[in-house]
Design a protein around this ligand. Sequence first.
Ligand code: FMN
Length: 302
Amino acid sequence: MVSSDNHKISPIVISTALGLGGRGIFPYTLWPAYRRLLRSVRETGTTVLTKSSTRFKRKGNLIPWNPLTWKYIRRLPGMGMLNAYGLTNEGAARAGAEIRLAVDAGFRVIPNFYPEFAKGTDRAIRETLEALEIFQFLLGQRFWSVELNFSCPNSAEEIRENVAQGLKCSREVRGKYPGLFIIAKVSICHPYEFAQELEELGINAIHAINTIPYEIIYPPPHNPRSPLWQVNGGGVSGGPAFNAAYKYNRELRQKVKLFLIMGCGVTSREDVKKYFDLGADAVSFCTLALRDPLEAEKVILL
Ligand SMILES: Cc1cc2nc3c(=O)[nH]c(=O)nc-3n(C[C@H](O)[C@H](O)[C@H](O)COP(=O)(O)O)c2cc1C
């Protein structure tokens, strides 16, 4: 791995909330508090994990320029969010170009890529390797790390069943890019053995966890079905997700030694401390930046 000060993960990491390129999401960028957060992220050298791209353009549920689709992101009480964004993006080449602009502007950005296993394992892996070649071409030496998203709750693919695919994909990426710092993003639905096997095959870091399927946080029959039930229910993030995410991370810390980015549910500096007390190597947040950028700024200035 090429190492320099830029090539390391900061103690607090901002995940997804600065968009596909890592410089901010429109229309949030119209909001002064969010712009202020962007400035602090850049000035503090905070690591930015992007929103997921796929190899080719993908139309998800939420289309930013179509207000009729904004219902796929909702606020939940307690600084929470429910989203079924569905991975809308313009593909890896566009994402790579955006990331290059962000890096040129002084952000420390790590691309997040979503292997589309629903297309078949081999094809998904081939597309992943192609995407990484694109990132390498566009970013050169500045492509030192990638995050592989194995845990999006909004896709048709069943998270619980993608363990073998995730391992195969990670093995191939490891083989082709021996020096790359690979982060695997996992779900609360994944057995701990997934992380253990990723560790065994030489993955560098685990990011746990992604948003949590609605019915895990609000189980039936005592709760109404998800308002986004027509699109798989969506994923819960922010405050309502913290307790479940904390429990998963506490257990995971006992099972793996590798670099662990703990996240999900962080809405304050106290939550960050709770994850560090569990033994997190870094702590991530997303929802906080979108709901309360001023508090998010306080957290990264911790
Ligand atoms: C609107 C929205 C979009 C998201 N999109 C992605 C994504 O594209 N890829 C990904 O790996 N995680 C995505 N996430 C998950 C976040 O990066 C984060 O892991 C999750 O929300 C839990 O952290 P939090 O409680 O701090 O938000 C998204 C979350 C939200 C709220």
